[in-house]
Design a binder for this molecule. Sequence first.
Ligand SMILES: NC(=O)c1ccc[n+]([C@@H]2O[C@H](COP(=O)([O-])OP(=O)(O)OC[C@H]3O[C@@H](n4cnc5c(N)ncnc54)[C@H](O)[C@@H]3O)[C@@H](O)[C@H]2O)c1
Length: 323
Amino acid sequence: MEIKIGFIGCGGIARAHMIRLVKIEGVKFVGMCDINKDLAKECSNIYGGNVYTDFKEMFENEKIDACYICVPPFAHIGQEEECIERNIPFFIEKPIHLNLEKAEEIAEKIDRKNLITSVGYVLRYFDIIEQLKKILEKEKIGIVRGRYYGEVPGAGKKIWLIKKNMSGGQLIEQATHTVDLMRYIVGDVKEIFAYKFEGINNKIYKEYDVEDGLTMILKFKNGIIGNLTCTWLWKGFESDIEIVGKDVIFYYKGTTIEINRGDRNEKYLSNIDPMYEEDLSFIKSIKENDPKYIKSTYKDALETFKITIKAHESIEKNRPIEL
Ligand SMILES: NC(=O)c1ccc[n+]([C@@H]2O[C@H](COP(=O)([O-])OP(=O)(O)OC[C@H]3O[C@@H](n4cnc5c(N)ncnc54)[C@H](O)[C@@H]3O)[C@@H](O)[C@H]2O)c1
């Protein structure tokens, strides 16, 4: 069965998907759209598909079975609505939007049409995460802690990432992966209290107007408590999640999970490519007209997005915010 794909956004992450999609049986690229025509052309030369700079034109001219929306957060200007209107299932990169009300409206429209959607919370597709979730079913868990430390993206040259009105800042744009995984593993969040730190990076990078770091305390609906800290003060990349239960500590980082039971340790290693699994799940779901393979739908991703937006509301109001 052939699945005709149109891409909106032909930058870094779009290409990471194209490299994988091309390996999936039946996938055909019919449209490559980017406001930067050269980028769309480059992708079209490698993978095929007609070149567009306007996504509406692409939808008018091509018969599309699935759309990949891979634009930066500030550039969600109706692509999702256009897909919904035309009943085209779509894959969308995180964060799903910058505006919570708009994202809620989109989620409602998707619901009404029962449209297949998938969001790029790629870490959910690690086999070890499923293993961990299964093991945790039998444990008594109390605390979860997440960390996302990185360097200023592109050494401050990828301007949209360091502008509040374009990316939303590190939590909304990047550390959302860790927030989402904490939710996926532990459950939904009830309440948040957050603080931010700023004043270092904005003296180094001219355009920088987001926080340097942020920490938030989380209360989950099931009573578990936790925290997440993220920062762009580091010079490499460090991200992990620790879960503490009765007589046990679970530690997730990269492709490994370690279980420390005091007197014995276990270690699980993943060898899979989670992004390939993510793309395959989306395509399989479309082929079978059944979203059962998708681990993060738009509706689910909205909950993660809400946490990151509400963390900023908590900072502004200097009080806990209930979700
Ligand atoms: N899931 C992941 O692990 C992961 C990793 C990297 C990026 N991302 C996400 O993917 C999104 C894009 O990031 P990126 O690194 O590819 O950025 P990028 O800057 O490399 O590419 C974005 C592309 O979108 C194009 N674009 C902007 N507005 C457009 C419009 N209206 N129509 C068509 N094209 C438009 C830009 O010209 C650019 O080529 C971001 O939301 C980011 O958070 C996710």
